[in-house]
Design a binder for this molecule. Structure first.
Ligand SMILES: [Zn+2]
Length: 240
């Protein structure tokens, strides 16, 4: 298997940010897997485009989660929001074997991609079997904000470091696409000023970066997928 997969961690982005990302995919007819964090009107738009969008869950089991106080509360919240979800990436890559088993056995999750192995070639899915649970796992290959911490970040689709053998799952965040920043401090400095869902276009406009960054890499990937089969959902990884 030698494919590129586009995934998006919603991470409580404002609706207009999510809308921008969704529209770029819709206009190019490109498939993506979204990892949902919260309820908002834009979720209906994502659900309405089931021909393009697979909706997975993005459980946040860290302290002070808005999704619940226990792992079960969080997973119940998630499944209520996206009842059909079979794919998961946990927020902050929270995981331990008992949690993964619970998600698989009790919440119908069959595929997990909560492990980041940046730029590592030859990634492929494997099935974790433990006490009746069968959970397919596949590491992901690149995350927009992690590139901000790299000495030589990848912001261009023609970068040869992207085009190695193996499954390559890319993870973008609507907020980072909107800001197009290559320095994580910009986002970190804005966060205390206003909760993310309340960020308006006017509020962020002074901080939007021109030039290459998460947004241009995202747009180039969408363009590539549009020209090369239209992309695939995470759950299609299991269809041989
Ligand atoms: Zn997250």
């Amino acid at each position: 298997m030698n494919d590129y997969f586009l995934t998006i961690d919603v991470d409580w982005a404002a609706d207009w940010m999510i809308d921008y990302v969704a529209d770029r995919l819709i206009e190019k007819n490109v498939k993506a897997t979204w990892f949902i964090t919260h309820d908002s009107p834009i979720l209906n738009k994502l659900k309405a485009h089931s021909e393009l969008f697979e909706l997975g869950i993005h459980p946040n089991c860290l302290p002070e989660s808005t999704q619940g106080n226990t792992e079960d509360e969080v997973l119940q919240f998630m499944k209520k929001l996206v009842p059909s979800a079979t794919t998961m990436r946990t927020h902050a890559l929270y995981q331990h074997t008992r949690f993964l088993r619970k998600a698989a056995l009790e919440y119908d999750i069959s595929l997990d991609t909560s492990l980041l192995l940046p730029r590592v070639p030859n990634l492929s899915p494997f099935c974790l079997k433990w006490k009746e649970a069968n959970l397919w796992r596949i590491p992901y290959f690149l995350e927009d904000d992690m590139e901000m911490f790299e000495e030589n970040p990848i912001w261009s689709w023609c970068d040869l470091r992207i085009h190695v053998p193996g499954v390559k799952i890319f993870d973008f965040h609507p907020a980072y696409i909107a800001l197009n920043n290559v320095n994580f401090d910009v986002y970190e400095n804005l966060k205390p000023l206003k909760p993310l869902p309340q960020w308006t276009i006017d509020f962020v406009t002074p901080y939007i970066r021109e030039g290459i960054g998460p947004k241009t890499l995202f747009l180039e990937m969408v363009h590539y997928l549009a020209e090369n089969g239209g992309g695939k959902w995470m759950k299609e990884i299991l269809i041989k």
